[in-house]
Design a protein around this ligand. Structure first.
Ligand SMILES: [Fe+2]
Ligand SMILES: [Fe+2]
Length: 368
């Protein structure tokens, strides 16, 4: 990640220098040469460099890039001004392609064009982006089998601070969801119906996983990251199953006590951190899913300017949507359109504005 940050810094320095001097100037040429050399190393390591801008956040190869300082934020602003929110660079890029790209970004009123090794675009709804080469006639994957449903339901029931979670069945469940999405089965048909009280944890966890992967797909996030995102979202509330009994229930009620509720992100993150082979996103999302985009929310923390991971931001949106959709004893079940308009008018600062707009737009599209 350090090299990625280094590339962003040198790339922006090249652009700034190109704006100050002519593109043939020796210092510009030197900086572009340095950028090219770092990029070459990155492409040798991972074979690709995919940069996506979501709101004001830079995401490179699916990893949110923080701490790039003014160079990073200036690059984001400059690209956004030119209407660019996605850049894909692939192996084989030449120095002259990079030189042209830097020059076009530096030149006012000029928008860089895609070339063989640099693809320029926007992040937009691309529901059909995935191509997993699954035979669409293969009935085995057309739905989640009742056996798998049963296994995962039992898996949740076995969660305890003293037992390690067996993640294999959950990974298989997520894989089935991905395949169903790939087969263009409507998102609301993949989600479990509004849950009965006894089944609420299971259906809520599954629905939040499906909705969060759905969001990731609409943002064009690579298919090989979907499983990790789905698993992380699936376990977002696992801390609720780990709350000590004395913090569990209010007298005569089924809701979690305030103390237990506020601590479930912490219990979940601690538990998930100890599980081998689990995506590192899982404890992050468990810890952060009740933080707000404006930095408020819970659990409270002492790090100034702490920002939620983008997967936690997406999970928070899915969580809210599914919670509103589901029956509570004191509330009527809301229609999907009612939930969306409620989310639209929700107070600023709760969600990332780009992500919530994308979510509302994508669900509307799925309904039409
Ligand atoms: Fe939660
Ligand atoms: Fe939740």
């Amino acid at each position: 990640m350090e090299t990625v940050k280094g590339f962003i810094v040198i790339l922006m320095s090249s652009i700034s220098s190109c704006m100050l001097y002519s593109k043939q100037h020796a210092s510009v040429e030197e900086l572009i040469g340095k950028s090219f050399s770092i990029l070459d190393t990155l492409l040798k390591q991972s074979g690709r460099f995919e940069m996506v801008i979501v709101e004001d956040e830079l995401i490179v190869n699916e990893n949110p890039l923080r701490d790039t300082g003014t160079h990073g934020s200036t690059l984001v602003k400059r690209l956004m001004r030119k209407g660019i929110s996605r850049i894909d660079i692939v192996k084989g890029i030449t120095l002259s392609e990079l030189r042209q790209f830097v020059s076009d970004i530096a030149t006012a009123d000029k928008k860089p064009l895609s070339c063989p090794h640099i693809k320029i675009g926007v992040v937009d709804i691309e529901i059909d982006r995935m191509n997993m080469n699954i035979d669409s006639t293969d009935g085995e994957f057309s739905s989640v089998t009742s056996e798998l449903r049963q296994k995962t339901r039992e898996g949740y029931l076995k969660v305890s601070p003293f037992k390690r979670l067996n993640v294999a069945d959950f990974q298989e469940l997520v894989r089935h969801f991905i395949i169903m999405m790939q087969k263009e089965i409507g998102i609301l048909n993949i989600m479990s119906p509004v849950s009965s009280p006894g089944d609420s944890y299971y259906t809520h966890a599954n629905n939040v996983a499906v909705l969060t992967m759905f969001q990731a797909r609409t943002l064009g996030i690579r298919e090989d990251s979907l499983s990790d995102i789905g698993i992380a979202a699936l376990f977002h509330d696992i801390g609720k199953l780990l709350i000590p009994k004395d913090q569990m229930k209010q007298e005569g009620g089924g809701e979690l006590q305030e103390e237990g509720r506020m601590l479930h992100p912490v219990y979940g993150a601690q538990y998930l951190t100890r599980i081998d082979g689990l995506t590192r996103l899982a404890p992050i999302v468990a810890f952060e899913h009740h933080l707000r985009y404006d930095g408020k929310g819970y659990p409270q923390h002492a790090i100034p300017n702490y920002r939620q991971h983008i997967c936690s931001q997406m999970t928070a949106i899915s969580d809210y949507f599914d919670a509103l959709r589901n029956a509570r004893p004191e509330m009527r079940v809301l229609e999907v359109k009612e939930v969306l308009s409620l989310m639209k008018t929700k107070d600023e600062g709760l969600f990332n504005p780009f992500l919530i707009n994308n979510f509302i737009r994508s669900i509307h599209l799925a309904l039409s």
